[in-house]
Ligand binder design. Structure first.
Ligand code: FAD
Length: 294
C-alpha cells in the first residue's frame, strides 16, 4: 500500500481530500458518492477524521477499511488519544494495519463537547500527540502525519512554544504536518518559516476549506482560532443573503489563496470536503491539479 509521502514526491503539487465518518445510512450514501466522484480526480490520498464517540469511531474504521479494499485511493486514518487507553490505541492501530491502512494522522484530539476546555488524559492513556506518533511508529511500518497551527494551537501560550512542540512531534517520527485552516497564504508561510528556522525540514501541507456558504466561512473562523481579516469579510459578508454570489466569490477567494500557495511551492493542498465533492472538483480543475488519468 502506497504512503502519503510517496504520493507527494512528484515535481508538481497535488491535492488530497478529507471526510468525516457518516452518522447514518443517508450520510453514508452521500459520503460514498463524493468519494467515488473524487476518486476519478486521483487525489494523492484521502483521509477520514476520528471522532470522540464509539459509533463515530466505528464509522471511521469501517469507512477507511472500505476505502482501502474497494477503491484505488490511498487512505489515511486520523486517530486521537481522547478517552483511549494505550491498549485501546494499540488495538485501533492494529485494525488500521489489518485492513491495509499505512498512513495515520496522529492527534491528541479535544475533550468531547468542549474543544477549548481543559485536557483530561485517560488514566492509562497519552498526553500529547508526540506520544501517539511514537506509539504508531513502534507498531509497524506506518507513514505518520501530525497537525500544525498557523496561528498557534489555541492552548499554546505563544508561537515560540507552539513551534517547539510542533518540531518535537515531527522529530518523534512524523513524516509531515497538515496545517489547520488559515486565511492568508502568508499565515501558512510564516508557520513554514518558523519550522524551517527551528532546523526542521518536514513537509508542511496547507489545509483548505472551499468557502461555498456562510457556514463554511464561520467554520473556518472557528477552526482557525483567529479572526478573519477585514479584507475577506468585506468580500464575502455582503453576499451572505445571495447563495450563488457567495459561492462564486468564495471559490474565487480560495482559488487566489491556492494559486499563491502553489507559487510558493507547497507539495499538496488538503481540502476539507464536508463529505461533498463538487466544490473541490471545481477548485482542482481551476487550479490545473488534475492528474493525467482523470
Ligand atoms: P498536541 O500536538 O498534543 O498539542 C496540544 C497542545 O499541547 C498544544 O498547545 C501544544 O503546543 C502543547 N504540547 C504539545 N506537546 C507538548 C509537550 N510535550 N509538553 C507541553 N505541551 C505540549 N481532532 C479530532 O478530534 N479528530 C480529528 O480527526 C482531527 N483531525 C484534525 C486534522 C487536522 C489537519 C488538524 C489541524 C486538526 C485536527 N483535529 C482533529 C483537531 C486536533 O485534535 C485539536 O486541535 C487538538 O486540540 C490538538 O491536537 P494536536 O494533535 O495538535 O495536539
Amino acid at each position: 500500500m502506497t504512503t502519503v509521502v510517496e504520493r507527494l514526491r512528484g515535481d508538481r503539487p497535488v491535492f488530497s481530500v478529507e471526510f468525516f465518518p457518516p452518522r447514518d445510512a443517508a450520510d453514508e450514501a452521500v459520503l460514498w458518492r463524493s468519494i467515488r466522484e473524487l476518486e476519478a480526480f486521483d487525489p494523492a490520498y484521502m483521509s477520514i477524521t476520528y471522532g470522540a464517540g464509539g459509533s463515530s469511531r466505528d464509522g471511521t474504521i469501517r469507512s477507511i477499511a472500505r476505502v482501502a479494499t474497494e477503491t484505488t485511493l490511498v487512505p489515511m486514518a486520523h486517530l486521537t488519544a481522547v478517552n483511549h487507553s494505550v491498549a485501546e490505541l494499540r488495538n485501533v492501530i492494529g485494525w488500521y494495519a489489518a485492513v491495509g491502512v499505512r498512513n495515520v494522522l496522529a492527534l491528541r484530539g479535544d475533550p468531547p463537547g468542549d474543544p477549548y476546555g481543559e485536557w483530561v488524559p485517560h488514566p492509562e492513556g497519552l498526553n500529547y500527540a508526540e506520544e501517539l506518533v511514537t506509539l504508531v511508529r513502534s507498531l509497524g511500518d506506518f507513514c505518520v502525519g501530525v497537525s500544525a497551527f498557523p496561528y498557534g494551537h489555541p492552548r499554546s501560550p505563544d508561537l515560540d512554544t507552539d513551534t517547539t512542540y510542533l518540531v518535537r512531534k515531527l522529530r518523534a517520527g512524523a513524516d509531515f504536518a497538515i496545517a489547520q485552516l488559515f486565511f492568508e497564504a502568508e499565515d501558512f508561510l510564516r508557520l513554514r518559516d518558523r519550522v524551517a528556522g527551528a532546523g526542521c525540514d518536514a513537509l508542511l501541507i496547507p489545509g483548505v476549506m472551499p468557502l461555498t456558504t456562510p457556514r463554511t466561512l464561520h467554520k473556518t473562523i472557528e477552526l482557525s482560532g483567529a479572526s478573519a481579516p477585514d479584507r475577506l469579510l468585506r468580500r464575502l459578508e455582503p453576499l451572505a443573503g445571495d447563495p450563488r454570489a457567495f459561492r462564486a466569490e468564495g471559490l474565487d477567494v480560495v482559488t487566489e489563496l491556492c494559486e499563491r500557495l502553489i507559487a510558493e511551492g507547497v507539495p499538496d493542498l488538503h481540502f476539507y470536503t464536508f463529505n461533498r465533492s463538487k466544490a473541490t472538483r471545481e477548485l482542482v480543475t481551476r487550479l490545473g491539479l488534475l492528474p493525467a488519468r482523470a
